[in-house]
Design a binder for this molecule. Structure first.
Ligand code: SAM
Ligand code: SF4
Length: 500
């Protein structure tokens, strides 16, 4: 027991490389100026913002320019219902300009629930004695992927890891390699995971280089809360995660390691939501200024009940549904090029209302118990998972609804495989040019999914969307239409993974 404790303690002690924090700080200070943020919010909360000022700000969002902190503080304080409606319309227009009517789908794959940290809101925290701990073996990872790619039809995953010596960077590397190696027969072709995004602990530059070599898509880490005092309170002292600065600068380290596709986020419900939105903007502007690249995605999970984690019930900062929709609208307007991820933590109704406000990605058929895709254990599942889900619908149901709403589901993973990442993708997104490729690849990958996995009813709605898209492509991209249609027909014959 003592031996085990010593092993853990020395592992924990060596995790944080202080020199990989201080080199990015400005004379020991980080880039979240709390007092400045609070003052800007207070200043703007005193009176209803001037409609002309709001219109100017919306024009800037529509030109796909990142807003300033002052402009964002103005939008966060709008209460007038007409102005709020104008903001929603502008958010929708920004989303359309950058991402058109596409929604990308993915599934989370939880690899382990072992963790040396003790985050008060998380079912995996080390003091939770009731949870059943498990680390997937490589054979089990393979089985999970066979279901995800062969039976459900996913093509991209976000893999999720706790922080523990037995699931260190070597384990992460091997599991990613295993995932990319699985190829399964489907009804009319074959299925494979083509993009693995990673939600892992804050890593060192050396470890991030290993992730980069493993061929990951996005490296995603949420700050949880940018408020220093609250961060300290919910991440108990003596844990790795207690170090705010180590986490705050992990995207700086990622860029330095050569990963140019990063995802940031906040766990909404730990502190005041307006402060957190402002901080997401400060984080974005810091990355833009220093590396010329902003976040590829922004996540905004809300605190959900977690097994044996009473803190999740008691937080005074829980975000109402109305405020949740407001924060999505403001993020879409403040950081207009970023992908925005809404997850199955939210229930079906909220997702339906929130997606048109600017979301670009969502998960479906989600199971967050360890090993839960290949092994069914419903009654015990809550003992293996991190929190409770709001939307347990399968991918077919979600796609059916999105099709009815006029959205095309995209399984496209071509961007990063064609080198459209980092600064290059930022420019394409800002100028609206990425849409050209995305539209074509969305149709090609959606066709694959329909032919392999769609239920009859979903097929009809999905094909209506596809036919409309093909007509648009004919008009908008006559130069590549013949290549596109050739790929489309070949996919119908069972070829897979053709992209532009
Ligand atoms: N261990 C890694 C970390 O903490 O970054 C990655 C995995 S953690 C399982 C992924 C994310 O789940 C966390 O960053 C947190 O935002 C979110 N999360 C944790 N507890 C939650 C809860 N009760 N409700 C909603 N989201 C939660
Ligand atoms: Fe561990 Fe992450 Fe859960 Fe914290 S949020 S206890 S670090 S798995």
């Amino acid at each position: 027991m003592t031996m085990e404790l010593n092993k853990f303690d020395s592992w924990i002690k060596d995790r944080i490389k202080n020199e990989e924090i201080v080199k990015y700080q400005d004379k020991g200070k980080d880039f979240i100026p709390e007092q400045e943020i609070i003052s800007k919010l207070e200043l703007n909360s005193k009176k209803e913002p001037d409609p002309l000022r709001i219109k100017d700000i919306l024009l800037k969002s529509l030109a796909i320019q990142t807003l300033t902190p002052d402009e964002t503080a103005v939008l966060l304080n709008v209460r007038d219902s007409n102005m709020l409606e104008e903001m929603r319309q502008a958010a929708l227009a920004v989303k359309k300009k950058v991402y058109d009517n596409r929604i990308v789908t993915f599934a989370p794959l939880y690899l382990n629930n072992l963790c040396v940290n003790n985050c008060m809101y998380c079912g995996f925290r080390k003091d939770n004695k009731t949870i059943k701990r498990k680390i997937l073996s490589l054979e089990e990872v393979k089985k999970e992927v066979e279901v995800l790619a062969g039976k459900i039809g996913h093509k991209r995953l976000i893999v999720v890891y706790g922080e523990a010596p037995d699931t260190d960077i070597e384990y992460i590397r091997k599991t990613i390699e295993t995932i990319y190696g699985v190829k399964v027969k489907t009804k009319n072709g074959w299925g494979q995971i083509r993009r693995v995004n990673v939600n892992a602990p804050a890593l060192s530059i050396k470890e991030l280089k290993i992730l980069q070599e493993a061929g990951i898509g996005t490296y995603q880490v949420f700050q949880e809360t940018y408020h220093h005092g609250t961060y300290d309170k919910v991440h108990p002292k003596g844990t790795i995660k207690n170090n705010y600065q180590w986490r705050l600068y992990c995207m700086h380290r990622a860029f330095e390691a050569g990963i140019d596709d990063v995802g940031i986020g906040v766990l909404f419900g730990l502190y005041d939501w307006k402060f957190e939105v402002m901080s997401l903007l400060y984080h974005t502007r810091e990355l833009e200024q220093r590396f010329n690249i902003g976040p590829h995605t922004i996540s905004f999970p809300r605190l959900e009940p977690a097994f044996d984690s009473p803190f999740t019930q008691n937080s005074k900062y829980k975000v109402s549904d109305e405020d949740f929709k407001r924060l999505i609208t403001v993020i879409r307007l403040a950081i207009p090029y970023a992908g925005m991820i809404i997850t199955a933590r939210e229930n079906a109704q909220i997702k339906k209302e929130a997606i048109p406000l600017g979301c670009t990605q969502t998960d479906a058929s989600t199971r967050i118990g360890i090993g839960a895709y290949s092994e069914r254990y419903d009654e015990q599942e809550k003992k293996r998972q991190q929190f409770l889900l709001g939307d347990t619908r399968n991918l077919d149901e979600v796609i059916g609804e999105l099709s009815q709403m006029g959205f095309i589901t995209s399984f496209c993973t071509a961007g990063y495989r064609c080198g459209r990442t980092g600064k290059y993708i930022m420019e394409l997104l800002r100028s609206g040019k990425e849409g050209k490729f995305c539209k074509l690849n969305a149709v090609l990958t959606f066709r694959e999914w329909i032919d392999d996995f769609a239920a009859e009813e979903t097929k009809t709605a999905a094909e209506n969307i596809i036919n409309k898209e093909i007509e648009e492509i004919k008009k908008v991209s006559p130069d590549i239409f013949s290549t596109f249609i050739d790929y489309y027909e070949r996919i119908k014959q069972g070829e897979r993974d053709l992209y532009l």
